[in-house]
Design a binder for this molecule. Structure first.
Ligand code: G3H
Ligand code: ZN
Length: 281
């Protein structure tokens, strides 16, 4: 068990009428915790590194190398994926960073520009053996506000996939990014319509705000890759805050990062447990 392509994990999940969990890494401790949670759950996992997280580290090299090392030493299958990449240069670094897949995010562009830019990224990815995810219908929320209103149109999604040749599609069905409460409501009829309209696996972004029963129903309706980020940071920061409140003199970061890492691992094991119990209806 070790580093595997995201395409394999997604295809396996799809064939099993199930879903694979994909979790966002910011620090080394995130990567260690996600893999520890997956090992505890006995499930494969996708470690994903966003363009924003890379910007925090200033260059992709060190944090990507850390993800590769953590994946290689795991006792479960781990895939490495670049997430929400808007720049061509980073898309084209996917393979040399040791990653097998990338999400090119052209969702902020008007439809025609999104098609043109995504098709370009997909052509490059296909030539280089990289699995490419794209987004149609912006899953909002990165500005901090829950923006559940946007929806991906099934006919437009079919045309988008045909025109771009992408391997998977992130769609807007009621979730939004960066939610710290689990009260998003998804449009399950729309998920089913999208599943029937497009030939590629569907990806749910902004899953931190989706309650467990909604997540199960979304997988039942056709979601195959489930992206979770914010919930990890809620747990991580909550554990740090709790430790610092109880111990005002601590200086060694290991004292509070250990608990924070465990808190992420607990979230990952829980989410993967929910996914394991959610076969497609
Ligand atoms: O691409 C990453 C995911 O969409 C994570 O969203 O931070 O709201 O869970 P989230
Ligand atoms: Zn996302």
């Amino acid at each position: 068990m070790t580093l595997v392509p995201a395409a394999v994990l997604v295809d396996d999940a799809r064939e099993a009428d199930a879903a694979v969990g994909a979790f966002n890494v910011i620090t080394l401790e995130h990567a260690e915790a996600v893999v520890a949670g997956a090992e505890r759950a006995g499930r494969p996992v996708v470690l994903q590194l966003s363009e924003n997280a890379i910007a925090f580290h200033r260059t992709p090299d060190a944090i990507a190398a850390a993800c590769v090392a953590v994946a290689r030493t795991s006792s479960t299958d781990v895939a490495l994926h670049l997430d929400h990449v808007t720049g061509d240069e980073l898309v084209r670094r996917t393979a040399d960073l040791g990653f097998s897949s990338v999400m090119y995010d052209g969702s902020k562009h008007p439809y025609d520009a999104n098609v043109a830019r995504t098709a370009d990224a997909a052509a490059w990815a296909s030539e280089h053996g990289i699995w490419l995810e794209a987004e149609l219908g912006e899953v909002g929320g990165k500005d901090g506000a829950h923006a559940p209103g946007v929806r991906t149109d099934p006919a437009e999604a079919r045309a988008f996939v045909e025109a771009t040749g992408v391997d998977s599609l992130a769609v807007a069905v009621g979730s939004s990014h960066a939610m710290t409460s689990q009260d998003a409501r998804l449009d399950h009829d729309l998920i089913r319509a999208l599943r029937d309209a497009v030939p590629v696996p569907l990806v749910l972004h902004g899953s931190s705000g989706v309650p467990d029963d909604e997540l199960r129903a979304a997988i039942g309706a056709g979601m195959v890759k489930i992206n979770v980020g914010t919930a990890l940071n809620v747990a991580f920061t909550g554990a740090v805050r709790e430790h610092l409140a109880a111990d005002g003199t601590v200086t060694d970061p290991r004292k509070y990062l250990a608990g924070a890492r465990d808190a992420i691992s607990d979230v990952v094991a829980h989410v993967l447990g929910v996914l394991a119990l959610s076969p497609r209806s």
